[in-house]
Design a protein around this ligand. Structure first.
Ligand code: SER
Length: 592
């Protein structure tokens, strides 16, 4: 079965058989959710609905969500790890729960995918001080296995939170115990008792059913949510490989054209490097499509890292020419169905890759010059080792990769204190992680009064910017904490003091007019024809929420918002700066 067939089959099964509504996946950058950098699971865009807000499409949903996870970036290159991946999921928002979800999962795996139930193993949450053992799921599995004529003894594993708990997406919010499904891919059933599905490559983890019944609060408590939800995730790449009896997703059609092209350009055949390039440039293409551009902070930094890492591995493979855009074109072509936006943004994606590759080339040139300077200093002082700090300085200041420092050092008979480099690197990583935690704490997923106010202020700002600068202004990112809003938008020049003043005045004027904030549900088509702004990522026929602020603004948005602009009192812009090429950033506050 091809991946595109699996995508369709999954959606159709839940739509036709169990009355789910198909919704479009969201962008890789969570809109209005400052608690995370990327959409790492299907639940992010649905957090408000898991917390109890009604979803315009109802209580049963199904989707295919693009996700990006970089925690395991160093493992990419083996058979199983990826940064970018697609996740199929069915959702119950306060509708069905454990029994139905487990029955549906078993039915889909066995009846639709024709997997062998005797090869199926599952794990269930064992309970701890926060939540009890998931007895209900154990019972459900025993029954469904029995219905399939399979003895369930020895098939249901009990694990702790580390394995069998999901969420919250950020530091607080919806979460709960999960039950994971594993498929035994070995030949000898008699060895099964010796292994744990969660950490043996004789088992492939294929699907996760999460029972979101808790809300983690800021003080670490787990409260019961007002409704019981189901969030499931089936990894498209992994299951495609399984169905095709391939050891790795890199051996499926999801990667074959990309890998063949890389091989065609290479003079060396290094499997790990080929896979790293395939993974990273696939991820980079999708990030660029969502209008992230390479930079030194936040999402842009991760994108830069992916592209530059791919280029370095390109050098290892002996690729002489600029190649990232060539690979990206293959990605665009192979994924344009169902991701038509790739085609629409093709010029932008290609241009950005070419620019970044050029910048990296320059960085390497400068880095090498700096390396030579350090080298003469070493020779002068008769030192034979480049310290960890010196090599980290090259890395940090010039983006000069440690591998290249090592190569050049070797050529010159110099050692590199690699342990020292790792220490400096780790110190820096810990610092920036702390910074990021601080930066992304709190936010709309908590629905605090402050963030809700700033969210409404963001809509006012968005509209005012379009009035002052023109209709080319579009949202490129939004990050709201209780203290301030941060809004990124497309515009390629610095705003003049007069323009900033005008924007501020327009917003404050709307606040003074005490306009009501209303929400209506309609199709994207209708929203568009009424002049609503916002991200038109969804299908035209799909229902969305549209927030209007009096006669001033109308925007597609999941909410939440305040009831009347007068609650905002006074709006003030703190700062206007560049965010990345062609994107400006405004930080603003509401005066208390
Ligand atoms: N959120 C869960 C996961 O990512 C299920 O979708 O595995």
């Amino acid at each position: 079965m091809l991946a595109k067939e699996l995508r369709r089959k999954y959606i159709e099964f839940f739509v036709k058989k169990y009355g789910h509504k198909e919704i479009d996946g969201s962008p890789l950058i969570p809109e209005n959710d400052p608690t995370v950098l990327f959409t790492t699971a299907g639940m992010h865009p649905l957090v408000p609905y898991l917390l109890g807000e009604p979803h315009p499409e109802g209580k049963r949903l199904v989707d295919c969500q693009k996700c990006l996870r970089t925690d395991d970036i160093d493992e990419v290159g083996d058979d199983t790890h990826l940064t970018f991946f697609e996740m199929l999921g069915n959702w119950s928002l306060g509708d069905y729960f454990k029994e139905e979800a487990i029955n549906m999962s078993m039915e889909f795996l066995v009846e639709e995918l024709k997997l062998d139930p005797r090869r199926l193993y599952v794990s269930v949450f064992n309970g701890d001080e926060d939540a009890p053992k998931d007895e209900c799921s154990i019972r459900c599995w025993e029954e469904v296995f029995k219905k399939k004529g399979v003895d369930s003894s020895g098939r249901i594993f009990m694990y702790t939170k580390k394995e069998n708990w999901w969420g919250p997406a950020g530091t607080t919010g919806p979460c709960g115990p999960c039950t994971e499904m594993y498929y035994f891919v070995g030949d000898d059933f008699s060895v099964i008792g010796d292994y744990h599905p969660a950490n043996s490559d004789l088992f492939v983890e294929i699907w996760n059913d999460v029972f979101m019944e808790y809300n983690k609060k800021e003080d670490g408590r787990f409260d019961k949510l007002i409704q019981n939800n189901v969030d499931t995730g089936l990894g498209l790449e992994r299951v495609t490989a399984l169905l095709q009896k391939k050891k790795s997703h890199y051996d499926t059609e999801l990667f074959s054209n990309i890998i063949n092209k890389i091989k065609e350009l290479s003079t060396n055949d290094i499997k790990g490097s080929i896979r790293i390039i395939a993974d990273h440039l696939r991820a980079a293409t999708f990030l660029l499509c969502d209008k992230i551009t390479p930079s030194n902070v936040d999402q842009g930094y991760i994108l830069r890292r992916l592209i530059r890492r791919a280029i370095r591995h390109g050098h290892k493979l002996g690729i002489e020419k600029r190649f990232t855009h060539i690979i990206s074109e293959i990605v665009i072509n192979d994924y344009k169905d169902p991701y038509i936006a790739l085609l629409e943004n093709k010029d932008f994606i290609i241009e950005q890759l070419q620019q970044e590759e050029q910048k990296f080339f320059e960085a390497l040139k400068h880095g090498e010059k700096e390396f030579r300077k350090l080298l003469s200093k070493l020779i002068e002082t008769e030192r034979k080792v480049l310290s960890g700090e010196e090599s980290f300085y090259l890395y940090e200041t010039y983006g000069f990769p440690i591998e290249i420092t090592q190569e050049l050092a070797k050529e010159n008979g110099i050692d590199v204190d690699i342990e020292g480099f790792k220490e400096s690197y780790k110190r820096h990583q810990d610092l920036s992680r702390k910074g990021a935690e601080h930066k992304f704490r709190g936010g709309l997923s908590d629905n605090t009064v402050e963030t809700t106010k700033l969210h409404t202020a963001t809509h006012l700002l968005h509209k005012a910017l379009r009035m002052v600068l023109g209709d080319h202004v579009e949202q490129r990112g939004s990050n709201i904490t209780a203290e301030r809003l941060r809004f990124d938008f497309s515009h390629d020049a610095k705003l003049t003091p007069d323009q900033l003043k005008e924007v501020e005045e327009i917003v404050n004027d709307v606040i003074a007019r005490a306009l009501p904030v209303d929400v209506q549900e309609m199709t994207v088509d209708e929203a568009k024809s009424r002049g609503a702004i916002g991200l038109f990522e969804h299908k035209y026929s799909e229902k969305v929420k549209v927030y209007s602020i009096g006669d001033f603004s109308m925007e597609i948005c999941g909410g939440p918002h305040i009831k009347n602009t007068k609650e905002l009192k006074k709006f003030r812009i703190l700062k206007e700066q560049s965010s990345s090429a062609g994107v400006r950033r405004i930080k603003a506050v509401i005066e208390k």
